[in-house]
Ligand binder design. Structure first.
Ligand code: NDP
Ligand code: 2IT
Length: 450
C-alpha cells in the first residue's frame, strides 16, 4: 500500500467520526501522488503523519449571560494547525454547526491556502457553536467578550491572528478587539478585518469576493474568455457573496442569483447590489425582503427546491461562484451545471463542492478554481492588514486592490504551472495542492522534528 493510502487509512480509522475533516484530507492527499512518488524525503520525514495533526487544539467553555439575564453555555475552539511558514492565521466561525470536525477541515485547508498566498502565514481556524441569528447587539457583544476572555492568552500579532468567517464580520471583530485590548493593555494588530478607525485595511471587506472574481478572470483568460455580458450564478448572501456580485457587475457580467440558509433569489435583471446590501448589511433580514423590494426577483424557499438539489445550481449560467458554505454543490448539482453549459466554477466558500462534484468538473474539462486558491484573497488582504499595522501605516484602496490582483494572479500562475509540471495541465486543484504542500513540507523538514 502506498504512503498516501496508508496515511488515509490511519486518519480514517482515528477520526472516523469527523466527516468534514476526512473529506478535506482526502481532497488534498488524493492529489499528492505525483510529488510523493518521486520524493521519498516526505515519507522518510513522516510529513503526512505530522501534517494531518494540528500542532495545538484549544477547546474552552463559554458561559455568558444573555440580555434576558439567563446564563448560556457555548463551546469555543481554536485549532492552531501549522506554523511552518509563519504565525497561525485564519478566521473564526460562529454557527450552530461548528464542531471540531468542521474547524479541523477549515484549519487544514487554511494551511495550504495561506502557503499559496506567498505571504508567510501559518494555518489556523476557530469559532464557536454560538448562533448569532436573531440575537440583539448586546447579546452579540457579550458573547464576543466572553469568547475573547478565554482566547486572548493564546493569540498575538506574531503568534496567532484570527479574523472573520461565517457569522463573524466587522462588528464581532470590533467587540473582540476591544476585549483583547482591555485584557492585555495592548493596542496591536491581533485580529484582522478590523474597522478602519482602529487599524483595519481598506478593501479587506471586499477582498474575498473580489479576489474570487480576479481568480476566475485569470482562469478564463487561459481560454481567451472573459466575463463581460455573461450570466453568472452566486450562492450565499453574506460577505463573500455580496462582494463577488459587486465585482461581477463592475466587470459587466450579470449575476442573477444569491441565497441564504432559508431560500434563494433569481433576479432576471441581475442582482441589485444596493438592495442586497440594504437587506443583509443594514436590515439583517431574510431574502424574502429582497423580493419585496425588487419586482424582477423570484424567491424560492429551501422547502421548494427541486428534490435533493440546490436551486441556484439549476439556473443556467456561464460561470458559477459558490460563496455560502461547505458541500453546497453535490454531484447532481455539478452535472446540472455542466449540462446547462457552465464553463467555470470558482469557489468563494471553503470546500463548497463535494469530492464527487469536483470529479464531475475535472471529468468535463471545465475551468475549476478550488477554494484554497480562488478564495485566498481574503486572508491575503488580512496579511496586508497585519503588515500595515506592524508599520503603523494605511494604504489606499487602490494600493490594496492592486496588490490583491497581483496576489490572485500569482496564485493562479503557481497552481497552473505546478499542474503542468506534474502532467495534469488543467487540474488547478492538483497544482494548488502540490505547490502549497511542497512549501509547507519542506519548511517542516528544515525546522526539524517538531
Ligand atoms: P457570512 O456569514 O457573511 O455569510 C454566509 C452566507 O452563507 C449567508 O448568506 C448564510 O445564510 C449562508 N449560509 C451559511 N451557512 C449556511 C448553510 N449551512 N446553509 C445555507 N446557507 C448558509 O459568511 P462569509 O460570506 O464570510 O463566508 C461564506 C463562505 O466563504 C464560508 O465558506 C467561509 O468559510 C468562506 N470564506 C470567507 C472568507 C471571508 O473573508 N469572510 C474568506 C475565505 C472564505 P444565513 O445568513 O441565512 O445563515
Ligand atoms: O477562510 C478564510 O480564509 C477566512 N475566513 C479569512 C481568514 C483571515 O484570516 O482573513
Amino acid at each position: 500500500m502506498s504512503y498516501i493510502d496508508r496515511t488515509l487509512e490511519m486518519v480514517s480509522k482515528r477520526y472516523y467520526y469527523q466527516a468534514e475533516f476526512l473529506q478535506a484530507v482526502k481532497e488534498v492527499l488524493g492529489t499528492l501522488r505525483p510529488l510523493l512518488d518521486s520524493n521519498p524525503k516526505y515519507e522518510k520525514n513522516h510529513i503526512l503523519e505530522r501534517i494531518v495533526e494540528p500542532e495545538r487544539s484549544i477547546k474552552f467553555r463559554i458561559p455568558w449571560t444573555n440580555d434576558k439575564g439567563e446564563l448560556e453555555v457555548n463551546r469555543g475552539y481554536r485549532i492552531q494547525f501549522n506554523s511552518a511558514l509563519g504565525p497561525y492565521k485564519g478566521g473564526l466561525r460562529f454557527h450552530p454547526s461548528v464542531t471540531p470536525s468542521i474547524l479541523k477541515f477549515l484549519g487544514f485547508e487554511q494551511i495550504f491556502k495561506n502557503a499559496l498566498s506567498g505571504l508567510s502565514i501559518g494555518g489556523a481556524k476557530g469559532g464557536s457553536d454560538f448562533d448569532p441569528h436573531g440575537r440583539s447587539d448586546v447579546d452579540i457583544m457579550r458573547f464576543c467578550q466572553a469568547f475573547m476572555l478565554r482566547l486572548y492568552e493564546y493569540i498575538g500579532p506574531t503568534i496567532d491572528v484570527p479574523a472573520g468567517d461565517i457569522g463573524v464580520g466587522g462588528r464581532e471583530v470590533g467587540f473582540m478587539y476591544g476585549t483583547y485590548k482591555q485584557l492585555t493593555h495592548k493596542y496591536e494588530g491581533v485580529l484582522t478585518g478590523k474597522n478602519l478607525l482602529f487599524g483595519g485595511s481598506l478593501a479587506r471587506t471586499e477582498a474575498t469576493g473580489y479576489g474570487n472574481v480576479y481568480f476566475a478572470l485569470n482562469m478564463l483568460a487561459s481560454r481567451n474568455l472573459g466575463l463581460e455580458g455573461k450570466v453568472c450564478t452566486v450562492s450565499g448572501a453574506g460577505n463573500v457573496a455580496t462582494y463577488c456580485v459587486e465585482k461581477l457587475q463592475q466587470l459587466g457580467a450579470k449575476p442573477v442569483t444569491v441565497s441564504d440558509s432559508r431560500g434563494s433569489i433569481y433576479d432576471k435583471d441581475g442582482i441589485d447590489v444596493a438592495v442586497l446590501k440594504q437587506v443583509k448589511e443594514v436590515e439583517h433580514a431574510s431574502l424574502t425582503r429582497y423580493a419585496e423590494l425588487r419586482p424582477s426577483a423570484q424567491y424560492v424557499a429551501v422547502k421548494d427546491y427541486p428534490e435533493g438539489r440546490h436551486f441556484v445550481w439549476t439556473v443556467p449560467c456561464f460561470a458559477a461562484f459558490p460563496c455560502a458554505t461547505q458541500n453546497e454543490v453535490n454531484e447532481a448539482d455539478a452535472k446540472e451545471l455542466i449540462k446547462n453549459g457552465c464553463q467555470c466554477v470558482s469557489e468563494g466558500a471553503n470546500m463548497p463542492s463535494t469530492l464527487e462534484a469536483i470529479q464531475q468538473y475535472l471529468g468535463a474539462g471545465i475551468l475549476y478554481g478550488p477554494a484554497k486558491a480562488a478564495n485566498a484573497g481574503g486572508v491575503s488582504v488580512s496579511q496586508l492588514e497585519m503588515a500595515q499595522n506592524a508599520h503603523m501605516v494605511h494604504w489606499t484602496f487602490d494600493e490594496v486592490d492592486n496588490r490583491l490582483k497581483g496576489i490572485m494572479h500569482n496564485i493562479y500562475t503557481r497552481a497552473s504551472e505546478t499542474a503542468k509540471e506534474f502532467g495534469s495541465p488543467d487540474n488547478l486543484l492538483l497544482g494548488a495542492n502540490i505547490s502549497a504542500f511542497r512549501e509547507v513540507a519542506d519548511a517542516m523538514i528544515l525546522q526539524g522534528d517538531y
